[in-house]
Write a protein that binds this ligand. Structure first.
Ligand SMILES: C[S@@+](CC[C@H](N)C(=O)[O-])C[C@H]1O[C@@H](n2cnc3c(N)ncnc32)[C@H](O)[C@@H]1O
Length: 373
């Protein structure tokens, strides 16, 4: 039985990975504030929380802080409770107010991917204490407090060059200070079974050096599927129509085209050029980023999972919500209980399940044997 703890939990790719691997696990805690910021004195509040006696009391206090300081609703929690057997008392709001000492030595696997933030530490050494106030600091603090057997940390690969390399330098200093044996790699989802080009940084840390020495990042695998294999069949949403000589993508076929997405001259040529019509779905190497780059020439900047286009039957359309989940490795049994905009945001934020599966398969104490199973 693997004891799991997660922060920045989102739609919890790691639970999908464990379920698909048939690994028994128990969730100690999940934590996601639904991207809602509240204006409180964190240091003062955390001091109060640390003095409280039970986890229940602490959780109720933080829930109440959110309740009294914002009217915004936590849609991540809705998605979470609809899909996982977690009880409300295991779902925490804010990583900055989570007391890891309550879970000390109770977690085997600790997983989280904080948003990428700069550390403003000019002149400082750039270690653990200098990173205070960032969400990464809280991830590291929780590793220190909880002492999990293993952690997986995920972030965008741009973190390596972010702030002229300073962000990654500080992160490495901090990972080093934790006393964990860690390895890192940039893995692309298209190398682990999913036809989506999505590169991410993965840091895998082990409390025992022996566990760590046995671990290798998984080698790239040949892609068996194309994007086309993941599309909803006979989908009629979001077709491309020609209105007064302008190409427009509509949300629903048959409806008066909403002038939502205009295609640039460049993309128009690309789409209409015989032979290159199906420009995205046969090769993961040339999928989503091309459409994004072309569309961005129109000032239509990319938002995760939103401005992604595919062609079916020679027509260009946006991915459906379900397709974005499939392309993150989520089965169709995953219940989508939030609005389209929220659902797209949540799938766009997720870790690709199949990459986590490939990583876990190489962790011996979780049941993997360096890719041999
Ligand atoms: C990049 S996403 C990671 C999603 C997750 N890795 C998954 O598999 O779906 C970042 C998440 O952190 C959450 N978040 C941001 N600030 C937070 C905070 N202070 N406490 C807890 N969660 C937070 C956001 O709501 C969002 O779901």
């Amino acid at each position: 039985m693997i004891k799991l703890g997660t922060v920045f939990s989102g739609i919890e790719a790691i639970e999908q990975a464990l379920e698909r691997l048939n690994i028994n696990y128990e969730l100690e805690f999940a934590c996601d504030n639904g991207d809602i910021n509240i204006d409180i004195n964190y240091e003062k509040e955390m001091k109060k929380i640390r003095k409280m006696k039970s986890i229940k009391e602490k959780k109720e206090y933080v829930d109440n802080l959110y309740f009294t300081n914002t009217r915004k609703h936590n849609f991540v929690k809705d998605a979470y409770l609809a899909n996982y057997s977690v009880k409300d008392n295991n779902f925490f709001y804010d990583v900055k107010l989570l007391d890891g000492t309550d879970f000390k030595n109770k977690v085997d696997l600790f997983v989280g991917g904080s948003p990428c933030q700069s550390f403003s530490i000019a002149g400082a050494r750039g270690g653990f204490e200098d990173a205070r106030g960032t969400l990464f600091y809280d991830f590291a603090r929780l590793v220190k407090e909880i002492q999990p057997r293993m952690f997986i940390y995920e972030n965008v690969y741009g973190v390596l060059t972010h702030d002229k390399g300073n962000t990654w330098k500080v992160m490495q200093n901090i990972f080093g200070e934790l006393g964990y044996y860690y390895k890192w790699a940039i893995l692309n989802a298209k190398d682990y079974g999913i036809p989506q080009s999505r590169r991410r940084l993965y840091v895998v840390g082990f409390k025992n050096k022996k566990d760590g020495e046995k671990f290798e990042f998984p080698s790239p695998q040949k892609l068996k599927y194309t994007m086309q294999d993941f599309l909803v069949e006979n989908n009629k949403e979001g077709n491309l129509v020609n209105k007064n000589g302008k190409l427009i993508i509509t949300e629903k076929v048959g409806e008066e085209p909403e002038e939502k997405y205009y295609l640039s001259e460049k993309l128009k040529k690309y789409v209409l050029c015989p032979g290159t019509k199906n420009f995205m779905h046969h090769d993961a190497e040339i999928d989503l980023p091309i459409a994004r780059a072309l569309l961005s020439t129109q000032g239509n900047s990319h938002r995760a999972s939103v401005n992604n286009y595919v062609t079916t039957n020679g027509k260009i359309r946006a991915l459906t919500v379900r397709e974005t989940y499939r392309l993150m490795g989520f089965p169709d049994s995953f219940k989508i209980v939030v609005s389209k905009a929220q659902a797209l945001k949540q799938s766009g934020n997720s870790i690709v399940v199949d990459v986590l599966i490939a990583i876990l398969k190489n962790v011996e104490f979780i049941g993997g044997k360096n890719g041999k199973n």
